[in-house]
Write a protein that binds this ligand. Sequence first.
Ligand code: PLP
Length: 381
Amino acid sequence: MRIAGRIQALPPYLFAALDAKLGAKRAEGVDVISLGVGDPDLPTPPHIVHALAEAAADPATHRYPSYYGSPEFRRSVAAFYRRRFGVELDPERQIMALIGSKEGLGHLSFAFLDPGDEALVPDPGYPVYGISARLAGGLPVSLPLDREFRPGLGAAKVTSRTRLLWTNFPSNPTAAVADPATFEDAVAFAREHDLLLAHDAAYSEITFDGYVAPSVLQVKGADDVALEFGSLSKHYNMTGWRIGWAAGSADAINALAIVKTNLDSGQFTAVQRAAIAALDGPQDHLDELRAVYQKRRDRVVSALNAIGWSLEPPRGSIYVWAPTLGGRTSAEMSDLLLDHGVFVAPGSGYGAAGEGFIRISLTVPDDRLDEAMDRIARAVG
Ligand code: PLP
């Protein structure tokens, strides 16, 4: 048996490798608090669970789902865009259901990159953009970020092979947020260089201090050149359910659909019905969710600032992105904290420019978060 070169050349998926490290420590009997993966600790709101149970009992959901997502699901996403952003989308041509947004982010590279083609990926950034480029035979090219972790488009290396520009706000891992000008510039850049702008909006509803995240599709004419990826995972505590969407350019949806219809058969219709219940139903839990994360963010930022950091509180996402202390590398810092029973993601796993940072996820209960901060204080004290 010989494994394909493209697989052998890849590093293991960051979190799969981190899980092994965490597992080994726990196997030694150490109580480790994991601030590693961004997997919400709070449950899915009950009305969504109830909608799934009802839908799963309906035999009409038991057959192959629609490839593009059910018309009802796509209409729900269109209604979300209208309500939330004032953006009109044609649910039939401009919206497609995904089996979690990660699935669509990964498959997009196969729709846009021929071997040797290039994708501009934020550095540091969510690893899937670059890894999927490589799996498709393309080349990820680091998109430098400015001091506020926004795209440094002036320094972007565009060549005749560049096809994709990736952005992600609120950002994983940097927790940076965008203003409308960020998106206007990115849309203009994509148009000028004939690229698809792929914007990952997985955290658009998790924002703090009154900040409200814009959509890239609010930029006039963006749906000619942009595709936005949405997810129910973080907004409705539904990471295990695997449902999201792509919205925007009808040509890009068409291209992505050609990849997807050949490789998968869509998401379980009952999960789509539950997602409709999430999108169309009461949204009050979102206020609670934002309040919970904002409080946790404040706990972390003030605890770290009391022991040598000087962090600005981030305005979105479920992460705190912090430089290492004492000139340590990301791996050294995360190993030191692991030795003291706290697991954080090394920033170097998100690209070369993530070296010298760690990422702290806010997805553990408050008492465990406080305990983690005490342990970090002991580790660096
Ligand atoms: N995009 C970003 C930036 C993420 O951090 C994640 C998950 O952590 C995803 C996409 C994937 O989300 P989903 O659960 O919708 O696949």
